[in-house]
Write a protein that binds this ligand. Structure first.
Ligand code: BTN
Length: 252
């Protein structure tokens, strides 16, 4: 993939800009990076705190020639790219389905994949936020979020270097996904990077209900299998997974 990076000091949202550029015909590999976002977006309509120089705010345009069924695997492959980028820095990240990268159970990075129809076919924008420092976290995030600076006090890294490493791993995993047998390999690689893959007691918040159970691997399209306490399996295509503490597991 040919990587081109466009950098902004301030922008509303790198995803919004990347979607716009995709509709205007941008090639696959265009990356938008900003030092600050004024309207950073998270999943489910939430906002993404994006103070100046406190995070990496990054979006890439992809034009995948994949089966529609495999499109959700793009989020998984991006999660692995973030995982390996952080691991290369010396961190020990975990991936919580579907798109949260955690260190010591606290969120350090999130991914928002969005699609748009363009004259050249479907484009997918993968937006990635990585917390660089915690000093500007709002109070409500203090317990659930962390940052590179908090975990690696002696780390010597720059946002530019991080973005470069991220594009290296994105290209690597995207090539795997597109290759013959790619979807199976992505699931297999994801399994080795996520302690949530199997046997993790979780609560999953769906649109209209909350379900409890034990994770039981992924379907071939990346959907999460959940074994409920009555032994039945349900398949979750979209929802927020939350870890259950030992005292809560088995409560439902
Ligand atoms: C989430 O965990 O809810 C997803 C967060 C994604 C945030 C990134 S920051 C760069 C890109 N631009 C946005 O507006 N959102 C994504």
């Amino acid at each position: 993939m040919n990587i081109t990076v466009l950098t902004f000091d301030t922008i509303d949202s790198t995803n919004t800009e990347a979607l716009k550029q995709a509709r205007q015909g941008a090639d696959e590999g265009l990356c938008i990076v900003a030092r600050e976002q004024t309207a950073g977006r998270g999943r489910h309509g939430r906002s993404w705190v994006s103070e100046k120089d406190s995070g990496l705010y990054f979006s890439i345009v992809l034009r995948p020639k994949l089966d529609t069924r495999s499109l959700p695997l793009i989020t998984l492959m991006a999660g692995m790219a973030v995982h390996d980028t952080l691991q290369e820095l010396g961190l020990k990240p975990d991936i919580k389905w579907v798109n949260d990268i955690l260190v010591d159970e606290k969120k350090i990075s999130g991914i928002l994949a969005e699609t748009t129809e363009t004259a050249n076919g479907l484009a997918v924008v993968v937006g990635i936020g990585i917390n660089l420092k915690s000093s500007n976290f709002p109070a409500e995030l203090a317990d659930s979020a962390t940052s590179i600076a908090e975990k690696l006090t002696t780390a010597n890294f720059s946002a530019d270097q991080l973005a470069e490493n991220l594009t290296k791993y994105l290209s690597y995993f995207y090539d795997i996904l597109k290759a013959e047998g790619g979807p199976e390999q992505i699931i297999d690689e994801w399994r080795t990077r996520s302690r949530y893959f199997v046997g993790k007691p979780v609560r999953v918040v769906l649109e209209n209900e909350t379900v409890f159970g034990m994770t039981d691997g992924l379907e071939s399209n990346g959907a999460l299998r959940l074994r409920k306490n009555d032994g039945s399996i349900i398949v979750i295509q979209a929802g927020d997974v939350e870890r259950l503490r030992a005292t809560e597991a088995g409560a439902n």
